[in-house]
Design a protein around this ligand. Sequence first.
Ligand code: ZN
Length: 340
Amino acid sequence: MLKTTITGSLPKPAWLAEPEKLWAPWAAEDPDRLEEAKHDAVRLAILDQEQAGIDIVTDGEQSRQHFVHGILEKIEGIDFEKKTTIGIRDDRYDADCPTVVSELKRSGPIHADEVKFARAQTERPLKFTMPGPMTIVDTLADEHYGDRPKMAMAFAKILNDEARELVAAGVDNLQFDEPAFNVYLDAVPTWGVEALNRAVEGLDCTTAVHICYGYGIEANLQWKATLGDVWDQYEAILPALSDSDIDQVSLEFAGSRVPLEVVKLLDGKKDVLVGAIDVTTLTAEAPEEVAKVIRAAMEFTSPERIFPCTNCGMVPLPRTVSQGKLKALGAGAALVRAEL
Ligand code: ZN
């Protein structure tokens, strides 16, 4: 009960990539040295989680430069040379995005080797993350499909083909990251959930979706300041997720203005990954603070449904801060477990 996990990403060591930066360039240019550095970083990411008492571990996303573009680099139909500046997440910020120029196709395995390596490093349940179809569509320029739902369904099929192989390679929990769900509220009950259901179709593992208010970067902090006293985005989308094929929903609570009672909207039908670690602060929570969020969530769903988690990825944080937050998460969950 109250098994802990993280959203996905952890900071990269300085010898792998420039610290405290999103989409940081790799430190090593030689492919063999880069491969070795990634492997070493994955070992340490898993060790940090195990030592902190995290039950369901990830590879810390050490082998990809960006949570969306890591997978897209291996998909045909996307021109990475042809960058188009578009306003993503409903114009919250501008990004130079690659352009879809022809039919999308996965030409071979993408993450299988990463999963096999991570699987061999730990006895604990292994979680692996990929961007969800709507978030991918929102992070690309399109010159081919001309229709977001249609392009999302094309990505959903590719993600599903990839996910099936990752499960065969040893993934216990497959999570799709959909921060875009919190932005395009009207599209979630229609094509957002439809594409997500397609992505998890027939998967023989636990499936999750992560929906958050983003990393603690300036553009997100400014956006959050406009959302008012009560953040009601989850209220609009959780009923549709309650009826979806997804097993677990990962939500942000710590330090946010999200009312915890939104958990009720999942009707006890889904596990809730309760975000009890704020990724926008530079100090680790006290275990008691983490415990408080977990206890509050228990007012609205049973402890069997609760998985204490981080609010979002920790990749932009200093490593020592992230290590402290992992420990706080493990210790906070242990406090509540001891009370039950
Ligand atoms: Zn997130």
